[in-house]
Design a protein around this ligand. Sequence first.
Ligand SMILES: [Zn+2]
Length: 293
Amino acid sequence: MSKCRTAIGILVGLVVLGSASAIADESFDQLVQKGMQLYQVHDNVQSVATFEEALKVAKPGSEEEFTAARNILMPLADMGDRDRLWQAKRRVALLDHQLHGTAIPDEFKADAQTAATGSKAPTPPPSVSASPAGQDEAIKLYSAGKYAPAMQKLESIKRAGNADAQTHLYLGSCCQALKKYKLALVEYDWLAKNSPLISLKRKGTDSARHLRDAMAGVCPGDCLRLSMPGWRHEQGDPPNVLRLRFPYQNGTRGYMAFSSNHLGDVVKYKNGVPEDIGKCPICGGTGHVEPLK
Ligand SMILES: [Zn+2]
């Protein structure tokens, strides 16, 4: 399944941490699903807002809170919102410590104490930035949902020949938010081809693919689709049946291979074991959604 090899795969993996059993969890699961969907179509602002909703629904100090708190990191990182990202990372670190006994990283340690004594919220360390003049301001505008003025600023940076990879990423994101999809693709493709940073190169590749999929009406969910790489014919199956392998993630060697009879279903990991959880809630199992216009 293609998503496993992308940043999105990490999100999908993390969602598994929250148990999806009781009915009471439903709205939490729906919010997390929606947050992922928004992240996949690069709507970081709405994705963050949706994960924040999920955080409100989650019981404090639960695995659910941990799941939502971790999921929010990626859209925040993409938005370049250093302050909120730092706060979010701190929340994850403290929860991880509380729930799993993981050591608190040094940068959050002092704050764990102030948090315990109820002192004021800690301030993140000062950010070191070597970005082109005006870019931080443009990113702030973008993070506030002011896409048109952000886009203007980023375009003038680009025109002046000062664009770096972040300029292209945010310009692409602004264009997408403003429904200028062809322009957004130009920026994402530039990143995919030229970014000196591997993470942004991948981001460009993924964003371009997700946007092209959305424009073609391909479901942004994780439902099994034949367009995903990795389908193969397995010995003993009828010639018209293909299978997609999902390796165990619980330390057991081996995999489960879901057949093409499961197309349109979502496979999720539960305690490291892949499981068909039924029809995709986004497309109803058709693999198609209304194309982005
Ligand atoms: Zn779907």
